[in-house]
Design a protein. Structure first.
Lengths: 332, 447, 275
C-alpha cells in the first residue's frame, strides 16, 4: 500500500534544478543522468510543465483572478455606477462582520455541509463498492440509474420534496409507522435544515458514486484478491484497502463537496425561503437577500459578504488539506 | 493511432476556441447608432411577469417599431430572479438598457444614486396631468418626474370562498371587519384538511406583504418619519404580532406552505377557505382556476379596529424609467409616451388582458374602460378600486433590510422563537444599524 | 464461498438494485408524468402520482416550439465543445501538478486551486465587466470559455494521476519517451474512467447553468436551455405542466450520454502492457 503513496507525494526539491551556479556542463549532465536512473519521476521538465499549465493559468487568470482582484478592489468603495464611487476603506467588511445574521448564515451553511457531505461520502462509498461487484449488464444499468438524480433540476427536486414533507406526505406517513408525528418538517426549527439536506444528498450522491466507483476500479484487483485469501471480510477490505487507496479521491470529494454545499441556494429558496426564522438561511441566500435593493450600499455589501465567504471556504478547505495530508504521513 | 486521434481532438478543440474567440469581436459594438441617419436603437428590459404581460409588451413594441422610423426598440424579457444581478452587472460594464421596468419603491433610491433621467419636458404636460392624484407622488422626487407609472396593484386583499363560508354558518355578504372577526372566521373555516386561510409566513415574504398592516396597526412604519431612528417597539404593533401568531399557532393557516405569498395556487386548489394576497391573484384565478371564480368574493383586508378608512395595503406596481446614461433619452421618452401615456386604448387593453387584476393610474384610461362592459361587470374590480386602492399607501422607499428586520420579528413571534418584546427589541436594533450604516437619517423622501 | 448462502446473497443484491433504482428514478418519473398533467393538477394535495386524464398538450407544445429546439441544439453544441475543451486544458495541468517538478510549483498550484473556493456571487459583477471589456458579450464564446479552466476538475484528475504507480513513468522514460508521450500514451488512455466521470460533470454543469447565460446573452438565437425553462417560472405561479414536461425533455440528452459513456467506467487497465 505504501507503494501507492510514495508517488502521491512528489517531493518538492525544485531548488536543485534552478541552480545556476558554475557547475560545469559535464558534471551537470552526469548528475542529471544519475537522477534519471535513481528517481526518474523527479526528472525536472520545466518547459513541459509550464506548457502544460499555461492554458489553465491564462484562462483562470483572465476569468477568475482578474475579476477576483477587481472585486476585492471594489469592496473598498461604496460603488455607484452613476456617480464617482466613494472610497470607504474597510467599512463594508466591518458592516458584514458585525452583522449577527452573517454569522448565523455561516453556521447554517456549515451545519448543512456537515449533514450533506459525510452522508454523501458514506453512501457513495457503499454504493460504489456494491456496484463494483455487479455483473457487467447490471452495472451498466446501475451506473446510469444512480446518476439520474443529478439531471433533475434542483427546482423540481425541491418541489418533489416539499410534497414529501406535507402534512399527509410520505415523511409523515413513515414516522407514523412508528407512532410518531405528524411533523411540520419544513417549519420546525430543528427539522427544517435536515429536511432540506435530504434532497441535497439525493441530488449529489450520483456523481459522487461514479467518482468513487472510478476510484475503486482503479485499485489493483490483486489487493482485494490477496485480502480475500487472507480471509478479510467486506468491512475489513473496505477499512484496510478501499479507504486508504481512495484517500486522494475522498480528499477531492470532501473539499469539492464542502465548497458546493456551503453555497447551496436554490433548495432552501424554494422549500423554505430561509425559514423558519432563518433556520435554513444559507450564506448565499443571505447574500441574495442583501442584494435585493438597487442601492450602491446593497451592491457593495453583498459583494463584500461574498468575498468573506470565499475566505471562509478557502480557510476550511486549507484545514482539510492539512488534516488529510498529515494523516497520510503518519500512516506511511 | 490512439495518440493521433487524441492530437486531432486537442487540435480541434483549440481551433474551436480560437474561432469562438474570433467570433466575439464582430458583434462587440451592437446597437445604438442613430447619428448616421438610421433609427435610434434603444434597448428595453422588462422584468418577467405573468405570460399575458410579456405578450402585451411584445405586441405593442412591435406595433411601435412598425408605426415610425425614428426609434427602434430592442425588447428583452429578464427573469425576475436574476433581474438585480443582470442590471447591476450591466451598469458596472456600461451596457445597461435605455428603458427598464422599475417598481415604485425603487424610484427614490435610484434618484439619489443618479440612476434615472429626469422626464419633465420629455413627455408632454398632458401626459403628466393625466396621472391620478394618488399615484402622482409615487413617480416624483423633489417635485420632478423620474418615471412614468403603468399600473398599481394593492399588496393585500382578502379573498374568500362564499360556499364554504355559508357552510360554516357565516354570512358571505358580511365579511370580517376587524382582526378579531378575521380570526373567528379563520377558526370556523378550518375544517379537516381545509385551512382557514393563507397569509405570508416567512420573513422575505412578510417583509413587503405586511407593510399595509403595519400602517393599519400603528399608522406608521417601524421607523421614524425622517428615518432617524427605529420605531419598532411601539406597543400598537402588539395586535399585529398577535394576528400572525394566532393564525399560525392555532393551525388556521398551512404550517408548510407549498408556494410563496404571491402565488394563489393553494386557494385555487381549494386547500384554504380564505386568502390574503395581492390583486394580481385575481388574474391567476381567472386564468388558471376559472371554476373558482363563481364561489369567490373579495373584500378589503380587515382593519385592526374595524375602521375601513385605515390603509390595509400598499400600492405596488411598475413604471418605466429612462437610464441617466442613455444616449437616446428623447427616443426612449417617445417610446414610453407611446406605450404608457398615449392612446388610452393601449393601456385599456393591458388591463383587459390582466383580467382587471391591476389598476389604472390615468384618468383617461379609466374613461376608456368605463364604456367597456367586461370592466364594468367585473365582480372584483369595483370593490378593490373603491375600498382598497383608495386607502392604499405608497410602498416605503427605505432599504429592504429595514422591512426584513421587522418581518423577522413577526416570524419569530409566529413561530415561538421569541416573545414580542424580545423580537421587537432585536428588530429595533437591526433597523438602527441599517440607519447608521446606510446613512438613512434625513434622507426620507418628502411626501 | 459455500453455496448455501450464495442464492440469498444474490437475491439481496437484486433487492438492493431495485431499491436504489426506485429511490433514484422516482422523482424523474414523477417529473415526466407530471408533464402529462394539466396546470392545476401538478401541485394538488393529497399527492397523486398519475394524472386524472393523460394529456399530451405540454409535450406537444414544447416540442413544436422552435425556440425550444433551438435552445436544445445550441446548448448541446456548447456543452460538447465546453466538455472537450475543459478536459484538454484541465488534464494537462493536472498531469503537470501530479507528476512533474518545476520551479514555483507550489505557487502555481495555489493559483490554480484557489478559484475552486471563489463563490460565483463574489465575481459575478466583475466577471461580467471583464467579458464585456473583451467584447465577448452575446457570443457562444462567452458561454463557453470563462468556465473551461475548472479548478475542481483539474484537482480531481490530479488526484487520480497521483495514484498511478511511479513504475509507469520510469519504464517509459528509460525507453526514451518524452513527458508529452507519457501523458498522451499512458496517462490519458489509463484514465478514461475518470475522464468520463469528470466529463459528465462538466457537461451537466454547462447544461444546467442559468445565471451566467442570463447575464451575458440577450440574442434569442443563443438562449440556453435553462433560460428557456425559466420562462415557465414566476413568483406568481409557475406553469407547472410545461415546466415538468420541459425539464423532462431537457434531461434526456444528459441521461443518454451517461448511458453511452458509462461503459468506460470500468476496471482500470493500468500497468497492462507495460514491461
Amino acid at each position: 500500500m505504501s507503494m501507492i503513496d510514495t508517488s502521491a507525494q512528489p517531493t518538492a526539491k525544485a531548488t536543485e534544478v534552478t541552480d545556476p551556479s558554475g557547475t560545469s556542463r559535464r558534471r551537470r549532465r552526469r548528475r542529471r543522468a544519475r537522477v534519471t536512473e535513481q528517481a526518474p519521476q523527479h526528472l525536472r521538465a520545466h518547459l513541459t510543465a509550464y506548457l502544460m499549465i499555461t492554458p489553465m493559468v491564462v484562462l483562470l487568470g483572465i476569468f477568475v483572478v482578474w475579476p477576483l482582484v477587481y472585486a476585492f478592489y471594489l469592496s473598498f468603495f461604496e460603488m455607484s455606477f452613476y456617480k464617482d464611487a466613494e472610497f470607504v476603506g474597510f467599512d463594508f467588511y466591518k458592516y458584514v462582520l458585525t452583522d449577527p445574521e452573517f454569522y448565523d448564515s455561516l453556521l447554517v451553511g456549515l451545519k448543512f455541509a456537515l449533514m450533506v457531505v459525510p452522508t454523501i461520502l458514506v453512501l457513495a462509498l457503499l454504493l460504489a463498492s456494491f456496484l463494483a461487484t455487479l455483473s457487467k449488464r447490471m452495472a451498466a444499468f446501475m451506473k446510469t440509474t444512480v446518476y439520474v438524480p443529478a439531471v433533475v433540476s434542483s427546482v423540481v427536486a425541491a418541489i418533489i420534496f416539499v410534497f414529501i414533507y406535507q402534512d399527509e406526505g410520505f415523511a409523515n406517513w413513515f414516522i407514523g409507522l412508528f407512532g410518531q408525528g405528524p411533523l411540520a418538517w419544513l417549519n420546525t426549527a430543528t427539522t427544517a435544515l435536515p429536511a432540506v439536506a435530504v434532497p441535497a444528498i439525493w441530488l449529489g450522491f450520483g456523481v459522487s458514486t461514479l467518482i468513487m466507483l472510478a476510484g475503486i476500479l482503479d485499485i489493483p484487483e490483486s489487493y482485494f484478491e490477496s485480502a480475500k485469501l487472507d480471509g478479510a471480510n467486506f468491512w475489513q477490505r473496505t477499512r484496510y484497502i478501499t479507504i486508504p487507496s481512495l484517500r486522494n479521491v475522498i480528499l477531492f470529494l470532501l473539499v469539492s463537496g464542502l465548497t458546493l454545499t456551503i453555497q447551496e441556494f436554490q433548495l432552501p429558496l424554494v422549500m423554505t425561503n430561509g425559514g423558519p426564522v432563518n433556520a435554513t438561511n444559507t450564506p448565499n441566500l443571505y447574500i441574495f437577500n442583501s442584494f435585493r435593493d438597487a442601492t450602491p450600499y446593497a451592491t457593495s455589501y453583498s459583494l463584500t459578504a461574498a468575498l468573506l465567504l470565499f475566505i471562509v471556504i478557502g480557510t476550511i478547505s486549507l484545514i482539510i488539506f492539512r488534516v488529510v495530508s498529515s494523516e497520510k504521513s503518519s500512516d506511511a | 493511432m490512439r495518440q493521433r486521434r487524441l492530437r486531432i481532438v486537442a487540435a480541434t478543440a483549440v481551433a474551436a476556441l480560437l474561432v469562438l474567440a474570433g467570433c466575439s469581436s464582430n458583434s462587440a459594438t451592437s446597437g445604438s447608432s442613430g447619428e448616421n441617419g438610421g433609427p435610434a436603437e434603444i434597448t428595453f428590459w422588462q422584468s418577467q411577469f405573468e405570460p399575458y404581460q410579456q405578450k402585451w409588451f411584445k405586441t405593442y413594441v412591435d406595433k411601435f417599431n412598425a408605426s415610425q422610423t425614428d426609434v427602434k426598440v430592442k425588447y428583452q424579457v429578464v427573469p425576475g430572479d436574476t433581474w438585480q444581478q443582470k442590471l447591476k452587472a450591466a451598469q458596472a460594464a456600461g451596457t445597461q438598457p435605455d428603458v427598464a421596468t422599475t417598481n415604485y419603491g425603487g424610484i427614490p433610491a435610484g434618484v439619489t444614486n443618479g440612476q434615472f433621467a429626469q422626464l419633465d419636458g420629455m413627455l408632454p404636460d398632458k401626459a403628466w396631468s393625466d396621472i391620478k392624484s394618488n399615484v402622482a407622488g409615487f413617480v416624483q422626487v423633489g417635485g420632478k418626474h423620474y418615471a412614468y407609472p403603468m399600473l398599481v396593484e394593492p399588496s393585500t386583499v382578502l379573498y374568500y370562498r362564499t360556499d364554504l363560508v355559508k357552510a360554516a354558518g357565516l354570512d358571505p355578504n358580511a365579511p370580517p371587519k376587524t382582526w378579531d372577526e378575521l380570526l373567528t372566521w379563520a377558526e370556523k373555516l378550518t375544517k379537516g384538511k381545509v385551512k382557514g386561510m393563507t397569509i405570508a409566513s416567512v420573513a422575505p415574504d412578510l417583509g413587503w406583504s405586511s407593510w399595509g398592516l403595519q400602517y393599519n396597526a400603528c399608522g406608521h412604519l417601524p421607523i421614524n418619519d425622517d428615518w432617524s431612528a427605529a420605531n419598532a417597539k411601539d406597543p400598537c404593533y402588539t395586535k399585529l404580532f398577535e394576528l400572525y401568531q394566532t393564525l399560525f399557532q392555532k393551525g388556521w393557516i398551512p404550517q408548510q406552505p407549498k408556494v410563496g405569498y404571491p402565488d394563489a395556487t393553494p386557494y385555487g386548489q381549494g386547500q384554504v377557505a380564505m386568502m390574503a394576497n395581492g390583486s394580481w391573484a385575481v388574474g391567476q384565478l381567472k386564468q388558471t382556476f376559472p371554476t373558482m371564480i363563481k364561489n369567490t368574493a373579495v373584500a378589503p383586508f380587515p382593519s385592526v379596529d374595524g375602521d375601513p378608512g385605515k390603509p390595509t395595503s400598499t400600492l405596488g406596481g411598475w413604471t418605466l424609467t429612462v437610464d441617466a446614461k442613455s444616449k437616446h433619452k428623447q427616443a426612449a421618452a417617445k417610446f414610453i409616451e407611446y406605450l404608457l401615456a398615449g392612446d388610452p386604448a393601449i393601456m385599456a387593453d393591458f388591463f383587459r388582458q390582466s383580467g382587471f387584476s391591476k389598476y389604472t393610474v390615468r384618468t383617461s384610461v379609466d374613461q376608456a374602460l368605463a364604456s367597456d362592459p367586461a370592466a364594468t361587470s367585473d365582480p372584483f374590480m369595483k370593490i378593490i378600486t373603491d375600498k382598497v386602492v383608495a386607502t392604499g399607501k405608497a410602498e416605503p422607499a427605505y432599504p429592504f433590510d429595514v422591512s426584513l428586520a421587522f418581518a423577522t420579528a413577526i416570524e419569530s413571534v409566529m413561530k415561538g422563537k421569541a416573545d414580542i418584546p424580545a423580537a421587537t427589541q432585536k428588530a429595533s436594533d437591526a433597523i438602527d444599524r441599517v440607519i447608521k450604516q446606510q446613512r438613512l437619517k434625513g434622507t426620507a423622501p418628502k411626501g | 464461498m459455500n453455496r448455501s448462502w450464495y442464492a440469498p446473497r444474490r437475491l439481496l443484491s437484486y433487492l438492493l438494485v431495485v431499491g436504489i433504482a426506485v429511490t433514484a428514478l422516482f422523482p424523474l418519473a414523477w417529473m415526466a408524468i407530471s408533464g402529462f398533467k394539466s396546470q392545476t393538477e401538478v401541485l394538488r394535495t393529497p399527492f397523486q402520482f398519475f394524472p386524472d386524464v393523460w394529456q399530451l398538450d405540454n409535450y406537444r407544445l414544447i416540442l413544436a416550439d422552435p425556440a425550444f429546439v433551438r435552445a436544445m441544439v445550441i446548448t448541446f453544441a456548447g456543452a460538447v465543445i465546453f466538455t472537450v475543451a475543459s478536459l484538454v486544458v484541465n488534464s494537462m495541468a493536472a498531469y503537470a501538478f501530479a507528476r512533474l517538478e518545476f520551479a514555483g510549483k507550489r505557487l502555481w498550484w495555489l493559483v490554480c486551486i484557489t478559484p475552486m473556493f471563489v463563490p460565483a456571487m463574489a465575481i459575478l459583477l466583475t466577471s461580467f465587466v471583464v467579458v464585456s471589456k473583451l467584447g465577448m458579450l452575446d457570443t457562444l464564446a462567452v458561454l463557453i470559455i470563462p468556465g473551461v479552466a475548472a479548478s475542481a476538475q483539474m484537482f480531481f484528475l490530479r488526484q487520480f494521476y497521483l495514484n498511478m504507480p511511479a513504475a509507469v513513468e520510469e519504464a517509459a522514460l528509460i525507453d526514451g519517451a518524452t513527458r508529452w508521450q507519457i501523458f498522451l500514451q499512458i496517462f490519458v488512455p489509463q484514465s478514461l474512467g475518470p475522464f468520463v466521470v469528470v466529463g459528465i460533470a462538466s457537461f451537466l454543469g454547462y447544461w444546467n447553468s442559468y445565471v451566467w447565460p442570463v447575464l451575458v446573452v440577450s440574442n434569442p438565437d443563443l438562449t440556453q436551455i435553462m433560460q428557456y425553462l425559466a420562462t415557465f417560472r414566476s413568483a406568481r405561479g409557475n406553469e407547472w405542466g410545461m415546466l415538468m414536461a420541459g425539464s423532462t425533455l431537457a434531461a434526456l440528452p444528459t441521461i443518454l450520454l451517461v448511458l453511452i459513456f458509462q461503459r468506460y467506467i470500468v476496471n482500470g487497465v493500468r500497468l497492462a502492457g507495460l514491461k
